[in-house]
Design a protein around this ligand. Structure first.
Ligand code: HEM
Length: 162
């Protein structure tokens, strides 16, 4: 994606030289490399490694919107289309634009949103990162069985706190 978008590559290069100079990165640099994380997330948004997450309804009580889902039904949520939904991400949802994850820009993320909803957005361990709302960005799935490799606070950490 960087080779296809040289302007994004230039911005990333500036961030790296500003934060690191000529030294190698360490784990402590992670929160300062916001644009690098935006690029990773924007790439995972357009091309999620896991395109659909299969689940089986464990109880008869599951409701998807107005639809009751009987116990034992296989349900797969379609991450690719959630990630490209213009209702959520705006009319440029098919474009590669890492800055859409950058909370410092505070631009409207979705077509129908006048501003990002701080109550439902998730930050993935970096307060400068925002997604339009909970459920809009699911490369690591969500909920109790979401990926343990998700940036902190991880599901494991959440479980330990609770
Ligand atoms: C870009 C990298 C990664 C992506 C896109 C990814 C994505 C996912 C997804 C979509 C799931 C399915 C969750 C569900 O069933 O709802 C998952 C599960 C899981 N991932 Fe990842 N993963 C990544 C990296 C990692 C890493 C680095 C680790 C470990 C350090 C990890 C550990 C796990 C584990 C243990 C589960 C099973 C969780 C459970 O069933 O409770 N993943 N991952």
């Amino acid at each position: 994606m960087l080779a296809l978008h040289p302007a994004v590559q230039d911005t990333l290069y500036s961030e790296i030289t500003q934060v690191l100079g000529t030294r190698q990165p360490s784990y402590e640099d992670f929160p300062s490399l916001t644009y690098a994380l935006c690029i990773m997330f924007e790439t995972l948004r357009l091309f999620p490694s896991v395109v659909g997450v299969p689940k089986v309804a464990a109880e008869d009580t599951l409701l998807l919107g107005k639809y009751p889902i009987p116990r034992g039904t296989a349900v797969i949520f379609d991450i690719v289309h959630v990630h490209r939904d213009p209702e959520i991400w705006g009319p440029d949802s098919n474009e590669f634009n890492p800055s859409r994850f950058d909370a410092r820009h505070r631009h409207p993320a979705g077509a129908n949103k006048s501003e990002i909803d701080d109550d439902t957005s998730v930050s993935f361990g970096n307060e400068k990162i925002r997604v339009p709302c909970k459920g809009a960005f699911l490369p690591f799935s969500d909920g109790q069985r979401s990926c343990l490799g998700i940036p902190p606070p991880s599901p494991l950490a959440r479980g330990m706190q609770g």
